[in-house]
Design a binder for this molecule. Sequence first.
Ligand SMILES: [Ca+2]
Ligand SMILES: [Ca+2]
Ligand SMILES: [Ca+2]
Length: 161
Amino acid sequence: MTLRKIIIATLVATTTLAAVGTALAQGPGWGQGRGQGLGNPDAPWQQRLAAIDENSDGAISAAEMKTNAENVFAAMDADSDGALTKDEFMAVRMGPQTGQNPARMNQMQQQKAARFAPMDANRDGKVDKAEFVANAEARFKAADANRDGMLKAREFRAHAF
Ligand SMILES: [Ca+2]
Ligand SMILES: [Ca+2]
Ligand SMILES: [Ca+2]
């Protein structure tokens, strides 16, 4: 093959993969619509996966999840006192921030607010690092459908990390 043909072949392959991703995105249970397909590396969940996937093997290990939880905790703990208040927790927005309508944003913030209390295992009104990491580990276990200790892209996405 000439270089030009190789480039075209690569483009075709990439486009086909993107089309498969879009088809999957439209299947039952995926339903996020345009721009969220498996073939779209810019989908918010794929960006989150890539951010957590330190060794870039396309899956999240328990260790990677823990490291990420610690980093997220540090980023949220605005006054660095080792515990998150609800205000600190709510101040950092997660998930897609663009193209959301206000009602949807509101709903997401409410869902987030509802996650705070369950994380506060000792009910002192704050979520400390151990509580935060324990929660991340519990979510990891719940999402690891085939219990191989790794979250593949599909498992990761299904649980909307
Ligand atoms: Ca990995
Ligand atoms: Ca704090
Ligand atoms: Ca607590």
